[in-house]
Write a protein that binds this ligand. Structure first.
Ligand code: FAD
Ligand code: GLY
Length: 376
């Protein structure tokens, strides 16, 4: 078995696979090492919303990164289809971020004027206007921010499409292969030790989502990445009852998928690597969903699932180079927005590793050494 590569990417989630796609397209010899199966963790549990404006409420480095990534999806969808034949189900059908109280309505109206700086088509709709567009919404909703250009994808398909595109350009994928530690000589990484043997390489990317702190610790860095479990369920209706994503707050949203399923998510359970789906968690979501769209009571039940979001101490992902160990890079901690951020993460990390990143200002706030105390 071949065991020598330019780059070993640890973690076959959406971010590892996106980086693999970009690096192999640049001609680098890449291997993805995945402990279980490609996209088996958060990257297949996500709702797939590309919700830069709904999820990130203030301008700043993360918001700007998210907008850049959001703008990449249309071209990416055609490019990945061309290389892999996988349709990532990119739908640009918009989103309503709704207000159920006058207080929230006031807050959202302020957000509308701020968001119009980036997208003048964003507008405030009152209850009547909202219901003209989505008649199934409950009349108690007082209005909402309408984001006509917001979209979503099928996250597991996007994640697999990145990996298949990487394979198209020559990458190798080893599933059921856990990376245990690094081979490190004279200040430079030389490879990794896995449950299936040694892989030699000049560069390594840690893209292990909520599990990233463990391998970072091996390199002498104590960074804060911790798990936040999210539970979801889905239903199906004979005729579509909503066409647009309904985002109520960070604990309840409804995403109508192309196959007719409506994804309804998601709980937030901090510090849980346990993917157990609780009756209480799903009951809360069901109750919230019925309040928003009463007709859902007649929908057919499909399935429940859960996943582990990778959150960081300051809420920003870690994307960059190890401050001490040469050849080690990280892309982890994308929390609620890892699907949205996957295209830009892949592009920037690949350019950084290839010494072809022309402007690194976008990455400044995501560097590993932003907390000096973590660097020993
Ligand atoms: P992961 O997908 O967790 O992948 C990490 C991989 O590393 C795993 O496959 C794991 O098995 C592997 N691994 C770990 N340790 C090792 C090791 N030592 N060796 C080898 N492999 C290892 N984001 C959005 O943008 N939009 C959404 O609508 C959205 N909705 C979400 C809803 C829910 C319920 C959840 C849970 C998340 C949601 N997210 C959403 C967030 C998004 O899913 C994550 O941010 C993203 O999937 C993280 O991807 P990743 O590749 O960094 O990590
Ligand atoms: N971004 C949606 C979630 O994390 O639940």
């Amino acid at each position: 078995m071949e065991n020598s590569f330019d780059v070993a990417i640890i973690g076959g989630g959406i971010n590892g696979s996106s980086i693999a796609h970009q690096l192999s397209k640049m001609g680098r010899k890449v291997i993805i090492l995945e402990k279980e199966r490609l996209a088996c963790q958060a990257s297949s549990a996500a709702a797939g919303m590309l919700a830069a404006q709904a999820e990130i409420e203030h301008d700043g480095p993360l918001f700007q990164l998210a907008l850049k990534s959001q703008a990449m999806f249309s071209d990416l969808s055609s490019e990945l289809y061309e290389y892999t034949g996988i349709d990532i189900e990119f739908l640009n059908t918009g989103m309503f971020k709704i207000a159920e109280t006058e207080e929230i309505a006031l807050e959202l109206k302020k957000q509308v004027s701020f968001q119009q700086n980036w997208d003048p088509s964003i507008q405030w709709l009152d209850s009547r206007e909202l219901r003209e567009m989505e008649p199934s919404l409950s009349p108690h909703i007082s209005g909402g921010m309408y984001l006509p250009n917001d979209g979503h994808v099928q996250p597991s398909k996007l994640s697999h499409a990145f990996a298949m595109a990487a394979i198209h350009f020559g990458a190798v994928v080893h599933e059921n292969t856990e990376v245990l530690s690094f081979i490190y000589e004279n200040g430079h990484v030389k490879g990794v030790k896995t449950t299936k043997g040694i892989i030699h390489c000049e560069q390594v990317v840690i893209a292990t989502g909520a599990w990233a702190a463990k391998l970072m610790h091996e390199t002498g860095l104590d960074i804060s990445i911790y798990p936040v479990k999210g539970e979801c369920f889905s239903v199906m209706t004979e005729e579509p009852i909503i066409n647009t994503t309904i985002f109520s707050d960070k604990r309840c949203y409804l995403v109508p998928k192309r196959n007719g399923e409506i994804y309804i998510g998601a709980t937030m359970v901090e510090n849980s690597f346990d993917k157990k789906i609780t009756a209480g968690g799903i009951a809360t979501l069901v109750e919230r969903a019925f309040q928003l769209v009463p007709e859902l009571k007649d929908a057919a039940w499909c399935r429940v699932w859960s996943g582990i979001r990778p959150q960081t101490g300051d809420g920003n992902p870690y994307i960059g180079e190890h401050p001490v160990w040469k050849g080690v890079f990280i892309a982890a901690g994308h929390f609620r927005n890892g699907i949205l951020l996957s295209p830009i993460t892949g592009k920037l990390v690949a350019e950084l590793m290839n010494d072809s990143l022309r402007d690194d200002t976008l990455l400044t706030h995501f560097r590993l050494d932003r907390h000096k105390e973590a660097v020993s």
